[in-house]
Structures are given as C-alpha cells and as structure tokens.
Design a protein around this ligand. Structure first.
Ligand SMILES: Nc1ncnc2c1ncn2[C@@H]1O[C@H](COP(=O)(O)OP(=O)(O)OP(=O)(O)O)[C@@H](O)[C@H]1O
Ligand SMILES: [Mg+2]
Length: 463
C-alpha cells in the first residue's frame, strides 16, 4: 500500500488545521502557512499532492503553482479559492493545476476529490513499476563472450547514455543490428519513450517522405482529409530506428539530412516548421562507402548518421560466440515450445562451431528452433538439426564439376578478379551479397578486392 504525502498550504489557521486533521487518518500530512515554506520543503520531502490556496500573502498561489510544476510536473496541485473566480481557475488549470475546491471547504467532498486525484497517481506509479519489471525481465539480450562483443557491449553502455548522438550500426544480415538498436534504446535516458523502427527498404520511394514527416490534409491526391503525423513525430522523446538506411532515395536523404542538422522539418504540403527531439539510430548491411563512391549515398548524411559507428562482425568471425548464443536460444525457444533441454551434445556442438554461418545469428536461431521442435531431449543432438554425422556439412563452394588444370596453367588472380566482378555485376554492386555468392565474409571480400586492385573495378562493374 502506498502512503501518500499531502501538503496543505493556507494562511488561514482554521483551514490549515481543519484540512490537516480531516485527512491525517489517510495520508501523511504537512501544513504550511506560506508558499515559500512549502517550496523549500519540496526537495527534502516531496509530496504527491498539494492543496494550494490562491490568495496567499507573500508568494501568490499562482506563482507557487508555476514553481511547483517547474520543480516536479508529477506533483498534483489542487487550488483552494475563496470564491469561484473562473478566470483565475482557468489560468491555474492552464498552468497545470489538477482541480480546484471553493471555500468554505466541505471536508467530505474534499476527501473525495483528494482520493480520486491520488488514485491517478497510484495508477501511474503502478504502471511505471510494471513497465520497469517487464523491461527487466524481457530486456533484449545481446549474447556473446568474444572480446569483440564484450567491447561492443561496453561501448553501447557509454554511447546510449547520451540523448541524441546519432549511431550507425553496420554488419551483415542477421548479425543482430536491430537487437543492438533496441538495446541502445532501453539503456538510454529516453527508455520510456517510443522506439519507432522504420524499414527504409520496405516503404515505396514516393511515400517515404510522407511516412517520415507526415502530411497536411490535401497535400496530394489520396492524402487523408485530416492530415497525418509522420514516424519522426511518433518517435518524439524516444528513438527513431532507420533500418536499411542506405535504401533511401537521394531525395529522401536530402530531407533526412536537413532534419538531422536542424531538428526541424515540414510535413508534406505544410508550411509550418515543426521541431522535435529524438535519437536517430540507423543500420545497414550494405557497403555504404562503396555507395558513396558511386554517388548513391550522400557523404554528408553518412557523417551525420555515423557520429558513432558500431561494426558488428559476422558470426563466422567470432566463433567463440556460437555455443553461448546457441545455448541461449535453446533455453529460450525450449521455454517457448514447452520443452526442456539440458544442453547441446558434443557432436552437435562441434558441428555448430564449424558450420559456415552465412545467415549469421538469424540462421543459428532458426536451426536451434528446428532442433527444439524435432528433438526429444534431454540433449540437443546432431540428428535434431537434420544431420546425421559431422561430415555432412552443407557445401561452402558450389559442387560443380571443375575442368582439369590446362597444360599451360592458369592466371588464378585474373580468374578471381573475373568472379569478383561477376558477383558484383549480379548483385548490382552490393559487396555484402557479392561476398556471399563467393562464399566468403564481407571483410575477406573487401580485402581480396583491395589486393587485386579492384576498387575501380567496382565502379566499372556497376556502369
Ligand atoms: N548476439 C545475439 N544474442 C542474442 N540474439 C541475437 C544476437 N544477435 C542476433 N540475435 C537474434 O537474431 C535475430 C536476427 O537479428 P537482427 O534482426 O537484429 O539482425 P539484423 O542485423 O538486423 O539483420 P538484417 O540486416 O537482416 O535486418 C533476431 O531474432 C535477434 O534477436
Ligand atoms: Mg535488421
């Protein structure tokens, strides 16, 4: 049971005492003859509710209300007025007063007014406590024991604390970029605010601006009659997550840049300049630097988005994380499907550690889920993963019949360069996808390209 604290501030001793004794049975009461005394006490012993006389000597009730709301907007204030001066009451309500009572005070009706007001405080506190408990129990958990993941987690703790530093997360598909964006939000001061994800690749090019910034009524044919607020506005005092940010058109990039530079924007078809605060976290699995080289992504926007950069390595590059992540999924997905596993068998573990995880953690999660659904326990076995022996690896290279080596030999470098160019052509210059086609990690791919002097080849291949 919450025991609320209530102040009564009134210069008339009879009212002060009357209210004090009428409510003492239900609340912790404190009485003050002047607003100055009550305000001095706010920090030391903050109240949940204040009954505040309007006509006080010294600091007026209205001035006191202003100061109380500035000190803590959550404190409820009920104004006490000698006569029903509607103008003053309206002004007080505009300043944030919750309600008012007229003298002479009817103690029974005052009790009811205070009780109802505090009921809203109680509900707010309960909701907040539940929200915190829920977050603690369900907080997204980025698992990993490798040095690089530990480093990333330490870095996230630090950068999340700043309210508005833009963060760009880069990494292959399925490495956990969205999970990291969530983690940043929940570790930030605005964790109770909204987390608004936008998949920039999924929104049609011509709609992206109105989706982001909203539109005024009649802005374009098909625009709703009442206008609409945009996703940027929905993320106010929270986090705006721009997923696949490199898929934005150049036009949308220009609009986003202006917003990031000034915090201001216009709705489509609108003339009012709007302003909001939100943190922008963006993610991409594309080679943004390559896109800048090709003029497909604005360099200035890249620098704005990537004040802080987080590069998430592929799962193949941090194999120490495979078993901890797999065990985590085994436990969580086991719970989801009502099954209990004691662990992962030795050969299944060996397989997982040596597998080529092209789909990264997402692929690992899917494989474990399959195992959980099929397996009988108590351990997760290799056969549960759809494999019967350790040598049943999915082929990393395509199993086509290769021609024998000609007598005159071959130029392996030229062959490699040829296939790299081919892969880039097929994937329209997407280095991440091209690397996958060649069965190598993005970093190996970039390394080989550099080694073969293929940076310009990238440009030529897209032409
Ligand atoms: N380190 C991790 N610990 C626990 N779960 C993880 C981890 N990394 C990824 N996951 C889980 O793997 C799945 C894929 O992750 P996520 O969607 O964040 O990847 P992504 O990098 O955003 O991929 P894409 O580029 O395809 O959008 C999610 O279910 C996520 O919760
Ligand atoms: Mg994602």
């Amino acid at each position: 049971m919450i025991r609320f604290t209530v102040y009564i501030v009134d210069d008339e001793v009879s009212i002060r005492k009357g209210v004090y004794f009428a409510l003492k049975k239900y609340y912790r009461m404190k009485a003050f003859p002047r607003a100055e005394n009550a305000i001095a006490e706010l920090k030391k012993d903050p109240p949940d509710l204040i009954l505040l006389d309007i006509g006080l000597p010294g600091m007026s009730g209205m001035e006191a209300l202003r100061r109380i709301k500035a000190a803590d907007p959550n404190i409820l204030v009920i104004m006490v007025t000698a006569y029903e001066d509607i103008q003053t009451v309206i002004s007080a309500m505009k300043l944030g007063a919750y309600d008012y009572v007229v003298k002479p005070i009817q103690m029974s009706s005052l009790r009811l007014t205070v009780k109802n007001a505090l009921e809203t405080v109680r509900m707010k506190k309960e909701i907040q406590a539940l929200q915190e408990r829920y977050l603690n129990e369900n907080l997204p958990c980025f698992i990993g024991e490798s040095d690089v993941v530990q480093e990333i987690m330490g870095f996230i703790e630090k950068v999340a604390r700043s309210r508005d530093t833009p963060i760009l997360i880069m990494g292959e598909s399925g490495t956990g970029k969205e999970l990291i964006a969530h983690t940043i939000h929940y570790k930030s001061p605005q964790y109770q605010g909204p987390f608004v994800p936008i998949n920039c690749a999924a929104i049609p090019k011509e709609l992206i601006e109105s989706e982001l910034f909203g539109y005024e009524k009649g802005a374009f044919s098909g625009a709703g009659a009442s206008g609409k607020r945009g996703l940027v506005e929905a993320a106010e005092e929270g986090t705006l997550f721009l997923d696949e940010v490199s898929d934005l058109s150049l036009e949308a990039q220009a609009k986003l840049l202006r917003f990031l530079e000034t915090g201001e924007y216009y709705r489509v078809g609108g003339t009012r300049r709007l302003e909001i605060h939100t943190r922008v976290v963006s993610a991409t699995n594309k080679d943004v630097l390559g896109m800048i080289e090709k003029g497909l992504f604005r360099e200035d926007l890249y620098y704005r988005l990537s004040v802080v950069k987080i590069q998430v390595p592929s799962l193949n590059e941090r194999r120490e994380d495979i078993l901890p992540v797999a065990s985590y999924f085994l436990e969580r997905l086991g719970r989801k499907h009502g099954k209990r596993f004691t662990g992962i068998s030795h050969d299944a573990g060996e397989f997982l550690k040596s597998y080529n995880w092209k789909g990264n953690v997402r692929e690992l999660k899917n494989m474990i889920e399959r195992g959980v659904l099929v397996g009988e326990g108590p351990q997760l076995r290799l056969s549960d993963l759809g494999l019967n022996d350790l040598h049943h690896h999915p082929p990393i290279t395509h199993d086509t019949a290769l021609p024998p080596l000609p007598e005159c030999g071959i130029d392996l470098g030229a062959l490699e360069a040829h296939y790299i160019r081919e892969a880039l052509r097929k994937t329209k210059g997407n280095a991440v996808e091209a690397a996958k086609l060649l069965g190598m990690s993005y970093y190996t791919f970039r390394y080989r390209m550099r080694k073969l002097g293929l940076t310009t080849g990238l440009r030529a291949s897209s032409a």
